[in-house]
Design a protein around this ligand. Sequence first.
Ligand code: PMP
Length: 444
Amino acid sequence: MNDAPANAPRLDAYWMPFTANRQFKKAPRLMSSAEGMHYTSFDGRKILDGSAGLWCVNAGHGRREIASAVERQLSTLDFAPSFQMGHPIVFDFAERLAAMAPGGPNAGLDRIFFTGSGSESVDTALKIALAYQRAIGQGTRTRLIGRERGYHGVGFGGVSVGGMVNNRRMFPQLPGVDHLRHTHDLEKNAFVKGVPEHGAELADDLERLVALHGAETIAAVIVEPVAGSTGVLISPKGYLERLRAICDRHGILLIFDEVISGFGRLGTPFATDYYGVIPDIVTTAKGLTNGALPMGAVFCSRKLHDGLVQGPEGAIELFHGYTYSGHPAACAAGLATMDIYDREGLLTRGAELAGHWADAIHSLRDKGPVIDIRTIGLMAGVELSPREGAVGARAYDVFVDCFEHGLLCRYTGDTIALSPPLIVEPGQIDEIVEILGVAIARAH
Ligand code: PMP
């Protein structure tokens, strides 16, 4: 698509996020409608959704049930102040989420703080960790630890603990932040299906940072069990257990950022369930409302919640919150989304399809420039060798080629990332692989 469609809207005023605006506006890709597994583009083409929108439309598009629930809620109660005031649906939604919290009932991650996005969930989690440490008399613990190649959104907290260089370069960082090394090892773990074997010992980086800074300065460590936005990097076997053990040894809180991995992406409700390691806080967003309305939820352990909610009666325990925390319409969308997930078994459907998914995606192994393939649940990263001097250019060409031939995927660096809605059928998985394979073969 080289020219804008004749009836395209004017493109000047909208400053697009995370987009090369001038390049995009020369050849815009616009979606007009969506249903099930497909978008319809502005020029009338049907496009298979290989990325669940932006890792969020887990139940597929055009769910009338969600739209009706939102419509009903907005006509009944459109908004009520979120501070010192409530409305029934926000309590109902929190109870619903508490009953399905990461790690199951014994994990105790069933105190829910609502936000408006993944970035807000991350900054909220970091603040809860800092506030808790202070509340239990550990106020010297102000240091936060992230991981290289982590992505935790775009708030100052999230950018600081994140390890995406481009995301950090432009802005000052929070002081006192340090990073573990990433776990992506192309030599030992290339072309592995599922959780890679090698790399558990990389968790010992946390011991190194404890030795360097002193445990009494470290509040929390945050990692994505599976990093999505930086190329589908899967924590290796034993790694998260080891991180948990080191945290326990030194009084450090562990935060899992499940903004992508939450709500069924790995074939379990949460990555916490997949790995069987229980953190102190889990951040979510995206699949929480099937992408229909902006919302995030932070699942917090009772220990942290109760530790904070025990000060003098009448004092605000956590001086933090958003106008749109627990917005009634977003709660309605979320409740309807959970109904669909439950009724259709979508939070575990990825486990049934993971074998076919992995085999299909790994069949791309011998296509020209493919240097690694990583799959887990219904998620995949297909890494291409970069063109000399132009990191990301080859993956961008593949992304555009796919779009022109009827497939939406994502690219990050030189990795093509895939995460279809969890309603995907095996035949559609084959279609994704077919279109992507041709595009990769063309991208020399
Ligand atoms: N954390 C993770 C792990 C993410 O993948 C993302 C978004 N891709 C975010 C945080 C930020 O979410 P949002 O864009 O909703 O602010």
